[in-house]
Design a protein. Structure first.
Length: 164
């Protein structure tokens, strides 16, 4: 079995492998996004309370406490390591698609920048730099958008009989 350089030319078996990988990976990725939305209410105040707690809020319906240094370091460490591998693999597959080179490069590199900003931002927020909650929200949104765009392009490439 010979694999050429473009995804639409791959053998059927490799295309099915990539499809299974992308589908399974996306279930995990989007369930993680759903967890974030649930635990932060998808707003800057929710992000802040998730990591810094809400003990001072007498009207809070659910009491949350500031994360310990160990919890923050575990979150930052595990997410940066695992998402780096995920974004690397997606970028490798994306590199075999036929799209504008500048767009391709942006989609391949940007998730790594957002990853550092998001989880570095979480650490800095935990260190009481409160405006980082906005950076976390923006970079997390951009990371999700670039992941989604990459997956859509990969899926189109898998089902294409010729160049896109």
């Amino acid at each position: 079995m010979q694999i050429s350089g473009l995804i639409y030319q791959f053998p059927k078996e490799i295309k099915l492998l990539i499809l299974a990988f992308i589908c399974t990976l996306s279930i995990g990725f989007y369930s993680g996004i759903s967890f974030v939305r649930t635990t932060t209410n998808a707003n800057p105040t929710g992000v802040e309370q998730r990591y810094l707690g809400n003990e001072d809020d007498e009207n809070a319906t659910k009491m949350m406490f500031k994360k310990s240094e160990g919890e923050i370091m575990t979150t930052v460490h595990s997410h940066i390591l695992s998402l780096s591998v995920i974004f690397f693999l997606v970028a490798l597959i994306l590199s075999t698609t036929v799209i504008n080179q500048k767009l391709k490069l942006f989609l391949m590199i940007e998730p790594f920048l957002s990853l550092v900003l998001t989880f570095g931002g979480i650490y800095l927020l935990w260190k009481e730099i409160h405006w980082m909650k906005y950076i976390i929200m923006f970079s997390g949104l951009l990371m999700t958008a670039t992941y989604t765009a990459s997956i859509v392009i990969i899926l189109k490439g898998l089902f294409s009989k010729r160049k896109l």
